[in-house]
Design a protein around this ligand. Structure first.
Ligand SMILES: [Zn+2]
Ligand SMILES: [Zn+2]
Ligand SMILES: [Zn+2]
Length: 139
C-alpha cells in the first residue's frame, strides 16, 4: 500500500447515504408497515414473512452514482441492494452505501402543523413540538 496522496489511515469502513429510497410497503397480512428495504422481511407486528421486491428500485440502486468518501471520485454503485459494500476503483478503499431513510409527513391533529418523521412499524406516541399535543401515530 502506498499512500501517495495524504495519510488518511482510517480502518473503519467509510459510508455514504444512498439517495434512492425503497418504497414503503405494507404487510399483506396485517396491513402494518413492513421494515424498510427489499428482500425477505419479517413483519414486526404479526411475524409474517413477506418477500418484498421492487424492480425499479433495484435498477436505480444498480445505476446509482455515489462519490467515494475517501477520494471523491464518482462511481456507479453496481449493486442492487442496500446497504451495499463497494470498492472504489480509484483509491481502492471500500465503503458502505447505506439505505436512505424516507421521512413521511403527517399533520398534528390539534394545530395541523406538518411534522416529518421516520416511519417505523407499529404505533407510537409523539408530541407535537409546536403545541405539545400528544398523539398516536400508526404505520
Ligand atoms: Zn403484518
Ligand atoms: Zn476512492
Ligand atoms: Zn400541534
Amino acid at each position: 500500500m502506498s499512500g501517495d496522496d495524504g495519510d488518511i489511515s482510517n480502518d473503519a469502513p467509510l459510508d455514504v447515504d444512498s439517495s434512492i429510497a425503497p418504497p414503503l410497503i405494507n404487510c399483506p397480512n396485517c396491513d402494518g408497515l413492513l421494515p424498510l428495504g427489499l428482500g425477505e422481511k419479517t413483519c414486526t407486528l404479526c411475524d409474517a414473512v413477506v418477500s418484498v421486491d421492487h424492480e425499479a428500485t433495484r435498477k436505480e440502486w444498480m445505476d446509482e452514482r455515489v462519490a467515494c468518501p475517501s477520494c471523491s471520485k464518482v462511481l456507479v454503485c453496481g449493486v442492487d441492494d442496500r446497504p451495499a459494500t463497494v470498492a472504489c476503483s480509484s483509491c481502492a478503499n471500500q465503503f458502505i452505501i447505506n439505505p436512505k431513510v424516507v421521512k413521511v409527513e403527517i399533520s398534528c391533529p390539534a394545530c395541523e402543523r406538518r411534522l416529518r418523521l421516520k416511519p417505523r412499524p407499529g404505533s407510537r406516541q409523539i408530541i407535537c413540538p409546536a403545541c405539545e399535543e400528544s398523539f398516536k401515530v400508526t404505520f
